[in-house]
Design a protein around this ligand. Structure first.
Ligand code: SF4
Length: 63
């Protein structure tokens, strides 16, 4: 899976990074971003859980 964070929507709540720090981290602007272009298969479950837990739906799965 490929995921990305829309920085215009992210409110920097930290939920995704708390749930899945292997995949999400802060960028230099204080917004979350995804560390991978293609999320490794063994991290997909936590990447997906974080996506579903974002309160403002800022994490998108690439088509
Ligand atoms: S959970 Fe959503 S709003 Fe919160 S830091 Fe992550 S991407 Fe941003």
């Amino acid at each position: 899976m490929e995921v990305y964070v829309d920085p215009d929507i992210c409110i920097s709540c930290g939920t995704c990074i708390n749930i899945c720090p292997e995949v999400y981290d802060w960028d230099e602007d204080g917004k979350a971003h995804c560390l991978y272009e293609e999320v490794p298969v063994d991290l997909e479950d936590c990447a997906q859980e974080a996506l579903e837990s974002c309160p403002v739906d800022a994490i998108k799965e690439a088509e």
